[in-house]
Design a protein around this ligand. Structure first.
Ligand SMILES: Cc1cc2nc3c(=O)[nH]c(=O)nc-3n(C[C@H](O)[C@H](O)[C@H](O)COP(=O)(O)O)c2cc1C
Length: 200
């Protein structure tokens, strides 16, 4: 019996029960329904992380927990609000910690499926933020899933980690399923999907 897939969710804002965090929870729930173990690093957790400093020797327990989870992950789901047309500093700071894996045998997110979710008040910011997040994942050698969820959030749209918009809800669930399915494929054929050493 193979070990369960581990899917790590990173995202949210400092707003309690933010729509970004609830959107991420919906996607993670769909990944869990596919049989994956899921872990959520939410807005308050991300806010507890210090600004990333390259090579900082004394790392907090939170930093160690995040980096260990990323190292053990078979897939990631990252959710950011669109802030001024781009990814929020809070979420980008967490992503910067992936630099700690730069000398690992599996470098960065090499070969990992990464589901992406953006919430914003306007379509323009959902699109530009999603494009930025895809670029970040490519830089980290990850595989953004075919569907990225662009959610135009409105007041009251998310409650108790449910979404009142069926279309948005379906997008979020599909992102979660795609990450789990791709993670399963990658485990079956790791050499095919891994980038390996590259000249850049
Ligand atoms: C600092 C800041 C900048 C924002 N910039 C944009 C923006 O450029 N475009 C947009 O559509 N919404 C923008 N918003 C709205 C957020 O994208 C929206 O609040 C998002 O859905 C996050 O909500 P949440 O905290 O409930 O997750 C901004 C919000 C804040 C606080």
């Amino acid at each position: 019996m193979p070990e369960k897939l581990s899917i790590v969710g990173i995202g949210g804002t400092t707003t309690p029960c933010s729509s970004t965090e609830q959107a991420l929870t919906i996607a993670l729930r769909a990944a869990a329904a596919e049989g994956a173990d899921v872990a959520l690093f939410d807005g308050p957790f991300l806010a507890s992380l210090p600004h990333y400093a390259h090579g900082a020797a004394d790392q907090s327990a939170e930093v160690r927990k995040l980096v260990a989870a990323i190292r053990g992950a078979h897939g990631l789901i990252i959710a950011s609000p669109g802030y001024h047309g781009s990814i929020s500093g809070l979420v980008k700071n967490a992503i910067d910690y992936i630099e700690e894996t730069s000398k690992d045998s599996r470098v960065y997110l090499d070969g990992l499926p990464v589901g992406l979710i953006v919430t914003a008040y306007g379509w323009q910011a959902t699109g530009s933020t999603l494009a930025t997040m895809r670029s970040i994942v490519h830089a980290l050698r990850g595989w953004p899933t075919p569907l990225g969820a662009a959610i135009r959030s409105t007041a009251g749209m998310f409650r108790d980690s449910q979404c009142s918009d069926p279309g948005a809800s379906a997008q979020l669930e599909l992102v979660g399923r795609q990450v789990a399915e791709f993670a399963r494929l990658r485990r079956a054929a790791p050499a095919i999907l891994s980038t390996g050493p590259v000249e850049e």
